[in-house]
Design a binder for this molecule. Structure first.
Ligand SMILES: [Zn+2]
Length: 285
């Protein structure tokens, strides 16, 4: 328990036909509140750093905070680098203490994606870190074609070939999902997910969790998604709760009162999301 490798967590949730939630974080509170809520519910959780957040917090400090908090927790907590296309950044982050990384070569032509992924695999595994890759193209949810155009989706045949050649620990797939806010409610291609899951033994990852209806998420977990990435709606809550607090009539003009309000609101959200991974659990709202 406590600090755990992402590949171990994925194997555990896979066996239970559910998923682990992975949240992008950027500071102490965004990490601590997740671990605290996951501990309350008894679910594993993965804390992620996106390379874009490294201007706000170093990978080394991020890893130290996560590991310090994870060691005190009774649930498995994983640490992962989200979307990265730089070999040097990936190596630097592993040296800073990360035990799982994502090499995102999905923008490259297929053969180059295979090559870039193999290169990272070799180095990361030699250093004891897990690797997630992406196949198909998870685009931007603001563009309808990015999540409705099936040409961007992952195919079962290519997934099988990619896994065979790269041997990655997990694979992010495109099945009607995209990053950010969807311009219309997405409809995940569940048949395709079923086929991909049948074609490969590797745990599958779903990116672009913001705005996918809960019933679709729960179904996707049953059909083979082992890790769900969430960032946009989590970050947005830190901003919206700051604004909402200003509207409270008897609010105290105190930073600590604002934090207490935010923590309660954000943990309500986390409780609701994390409970989706507990088979047959009722959501709290
Ligand atoms: Zn993503």
């Amino acid at each position: 328990m406590a600090f755990e490798k992402v590949s171990t967590i994925l194997k555990e949730v896979d066996a239970k036909k559910t998923a682990v939630l992975a949240f992008d974080c950027y500071n102490y509170e965004s990490i601590a509140w997740i671990i605290e809520t996951a501990e309350e519910l008894g679910t594993p959780v993965i804390v992620m750093l996106h390379p874009g957040m490294m201007k706000y917090i170093t990978a080394e400090l991020f890893a130290k905070i996560t590991k310090t908090l994870a060691k005190k927790a009774k649930i498995p907590v994983g640490l992962h680098l989200d979307h990265c296309d730089s070999f040097d950044t990936i190596l630097g982050v592993i040296k800073a203490g990360f035990t799982s990384v994502m090499i995102d070569g999905s923008r490259l032509p297929y053969e180059e994606n295979v090559r870039a992924t193999c290169e990272v695999m070799k180095a990361a595994h030699a250093l004891g870190a897990d690797v997630e890759a992406e196949l198909g193209k998870v685009g931007i949810a603001a563009n309808t074609s990015d999540f409705k155009n099936e040409d961007m989706y992952t195919t079962p045949e290519q997934a099988a070939d990619f896994i065979d050649r790269t041997k990655v620990d997990s694979l992010a797939i495109a099945i009607g999902n995209a990053h950010g806010y969807y311009v219309e409610t997405p409809k995940l291609d569940m048949n395709r997910l079923k086929e991909i899951n049948k074609a490969v033994d590797t745990p599958l990852v779903l990116h672009g969790g913001t705005g996918i209806p809960d019933d679709q998420l729960k179904q996707a977990f049953k059909l083979g998604i082992s890790k769900l990435n969430l960032a946009t709606e989590y970050f947005a809550l830190f901003y919206s709760t700051t604004k909402d607090y200003q509207q409270i009539k008897d609010k105290k003009d105190s930073l600590f009162s604002l934090w207490a309000y935010q923590k309660k609101e954000i943990q309500d959200y986390l409780r609701n999301k994390l409970s989706l991974t507990i088979p047959d659990a009722k959501t709290s709202r």
